[in-house]
Write a protein that binds this ligand. Structure first.
Ligand SMILES: N[C@@H](CCC(=O)N[C@@H](CS)C(=O)NCC(=O)O)C(=O)O
Length: 177
């Protein structure tokens, strides 16, 4: 039974040692604290700050805008938000990947981190925006698309990944309701 204090009705919700932690960004911080032998934040203070900036960007721009769009049936809202999302993705391409060497495949460089974890679920569900809302990935986001493939191929990601069919079916029901 989920305790009242965590009953926002939203996922993700982490249960660990009988306690609950919610909010994906806070869950990442918690996992870093609880399992120091498997860090997901860099040790360097500058890089930690950068990770948090990208996590905040994912939360307050990418996911927040997507949620607004999914809850609206106004075509003008859809159009405006699709353009904003495309700009968000271009921003990531230009302000993360374009600054890195070709072998630096992750958001912060050569190491996979909580920043990648924050962004990846949006990409796993991208098929929903493409199919139901006509979103088109900006063509110039090549490095971002390669990043998506790299992250998708990680064992831990494959273990819990859902197929496009799963998302299309689930969101199809939600949007029809
Ligand atoms: N800021 C929260 C957002 C959580 C959130 O909105 N989750 C969505 C699914 S991605 C949800 O559970 N929605 C159900 C609802 O709003 O009732 C986080 O990052 O954990």
């Amino acid at each position: 039974m989920v305790p009242e204090t965590h009953a926002t009705g939203k996922v993700p919700l982490l249960r660990h040692q009988g306690q609950y932690v919610r909010e994906s960004a806070i869950i990442c911080e918690y996992l870093d604290d609880a399992f120091p032998e498997r860090p997901i934040f860099p040790r360097d203070a500058q890089a930690r700050a950068e990770a948090r900036i990208w996590i905040s960007f994912a939360d307050t721009q990418l996911y927040a805008r997507t949620a607004t769009m999914m809850h609206s049936s106004d075509a003008m809202v859809h159009k405006r938000i699709k353009a904003q999302l495309a700009d968000d993705l271009r921003f990531v391409e230009q302000h993360a990947f374009a600054l890195r060497g070709a072998d630096e495949r992750f958001l912060l460089g050569s190491e996979f981190s909580a920043a990648d974890i924050a962004f990846y679920p949006w990409f796993e569900q991208l098929c929903v925006l493409e199919k139901y809302l006509g979103f088109v990935m900006p063509t110039e986001c090549e490095r971002l698309l390669r990043w998506q493939e790299t992250v998708a191929a990680r064992e831990a990601v494959r273990t819990c990944a859902r197929s496009p069919g799963f998302y299309l079916e689930s969101y199809g029901r939600l949007l029809a309701a």
